[in-house]
Design a protein around this ligand. Sequence first.
Ligand SMILES: [Fe+2]
Length: 241
Amino acid sequence: MMMPRITRREFLGQTLAAVGGGALLSAGGLTLARPAAAAVAPGQHVLPPLPYAYNALKGLSEQLVTWHHDRHFKGYVDGRNAVETALAAMDPAAAGFDAKTYAGLKKQETFHACGQILHEVYFSNLGGDGGAGGQAVVAALERDFGSLTKWVADLRAAAIAAGIGWGVTCWDPSCGRLVNFSVESHQLGAVWGAVPVVALDCWEHAFYHDYGPDKGKYLDVFFQNLHWDRINERFQAAGGQ
Ligand SMILES: [Fe+2]
């Protein structure tokens, strides 16, 4: 018997607490862990609203943020839905199964899913004044990187190293500390079990409208807009220590 499905917003409206011993991450509309009772059926992902006004970010224009959220982020949500719907219609056990089409869809599945997840983290990262105020995640970053300044420098380097990709600070339970990973595209560089805490988008669509090739100025602005309370909520919900 199929369990009733509810929308993401309905679910978030019902409970933002930890459920069944599993952490529910809801910072800025972000949900990286959900109980099975609130599962998203294949093809039913929904673009979360921007958790602040489109013109709220310092140094990032309303036009850029609108395109980034409403076109690019939405494209990954729509892409994931399309891929999941197509996969759901395929039967690997059936005669005439199209393995080549299936293989292409499986590659697209991780691309779009990771694009969706990282953009959720990215937009919920932002909307603050960049000022860290004694949150547990800040203490953990200072412990694991030596200082907040060193973490910033390393995340910038990881993001630049990715080229078209991301720098992602993750709580990595396999080593019990925060780690900056360099992720090409959206999915090439992910580590199993590591939970994104801060995601820094270095695709050109994230900055080129406002800064052209001057990626460094965009990176400055990114850190000036961090919302540390939401980052801390995500870190703690991930089991970070
Ligand atoms: Fe992006």
